[in-house]
Design a protein around this ligand. Sequence first.
Ligand code: SAH
Ligand code: MG
Length: 199
Amino acid sequence: MNELLREMEGYAALHHVPIINERGRQAFLQVVREAKPHRVLEIGTAIGYSSLLMAQNGADDIEITTLELSDERIRTAQGYIDRSAYAGRIRIMGGDAAENLLTLQHTEQKYDFVFIDAAKGQYVDYFHKIQPLLTEDAVILADNVLFRGYVKGDVETPRRFKTIVKRLREYIELVSQPPFVTEILENGDGLAVTRRVNR
Ligand code: SAH
Ligand code: MG
């Protein structure tokens, strides 16, 4: 498995696939190990790297549904997943994530862990759409919320990223208000860990 993960890291570097980066990885693993999720929804599969990390570090009975738009990435991810010990536990849903989230609302399945890591401008929309899919104690983890330092405003945002940065700030604002509490881990590109407050 570790050999497979190293191979995927090499593929990602070579083909510029934005898998969870080295600095964020330890924080990501810590959150997953603490939550020990059983049913995971991932938005943004890429080549299946974070799916495999979650499969390896979640509960023994883990099942992951992961959403990806790119057919090429789906093929690559499926190839890696098939070579792992978790082929039966990870299901890729192809297509636009926002549409697939609506499809999932028609199923009975609830998720105790969601990893949001697809279109950075769509996090607020994804967050709204996952609400009916969550267990009461679900953890929602969102990657890249500090987006290269631009979100905190320490670094001037290039014009082409202004909309994304504005939308990531809206996401942080949304998940920082009741009934939610959020901790932002500054490792890597910024991870937001959100839970619902018990009322
Ligand atoms: N979670 C992965 C990295 C995901 S990169 C890891 O850490 O290993 C983000 C992925 O989201 C890309 O592969 C991109 O194709 C996908 N994506 C972008 N917009 C999307 C959309 N609208 N619906 C589904 N997937 C999308
Ligand atoms: Mg990411």
